[in-house]
Design a protein. Structure first.
Length: 152
């Protein structure tokens, strides 16, 4: 091989490597994206003297075998290293790959972290954080709930 051939092969390999790095997903770490939806389809359980709020659901960007789902108050998460969850689920063995989670309803293969615990009622206008884990992947997003509109 001549010196010119070696240089051209080196440039071709370099350009190929740059193409693979910038224009493919081979080196991109997978991530979970959460979309929060507050729907007027049903109202959630409420505590004494608290206003009812619309149901909350969380859509994921794909189906994931979840290992943990938790909802905490955002203020509690900011001030405490280990906040008390209002709702926490863990996978008992292998959870079914899930794309949608509704607050208060456990997906198949998941159970409350504390046996027989139920989701605590959410309050309107309070900022919450949902934390979703699927193996090594972890994601969280903030959301608010809305009070049910009363009929005129």
């Amino acid at each position: 091989m001549t010196k010119r051939t070696i240089v051209l092969l080196g440039i071709a390999v370099l350009l190929g490597a740059l193409y693979v790095f910038w224009f493919t997903d081979w080196f991109v770490q997978e991530s979970i994206q959460i979309i929060t939806t507050v729907r007027a389809e049903r109202t959630m359980a409420r505590g004494k003297g608290k206003a009812p709020v619309y149901g909350v659901s969380f859509a994921l960007n794909g189906k994931y075998p979840l290992t943990r789902v938790a909802v905490v108050q955002a203020d509690d998460l900011r001030t405490n290293k280990y906040p008390t969850p209002l709702w926490e689920l863990i996978s008992d063995t292998h959870s079914v790959p899930t794309k949608v989670i509704r607050y208060g309803e456990a997906p198949r293969g998941m159970k409350p972290a504390i046996p027989r615990a139920r989701a605590q009622p959410l309050e309107p206008g309070v900022e919450y954080v949902v934390i979703v884990e699927a193996g090594k992947l972890k994601a969280q997003t903030n959301f608010f709930t809305r009070e049910v509109a009363s009929a005129p």
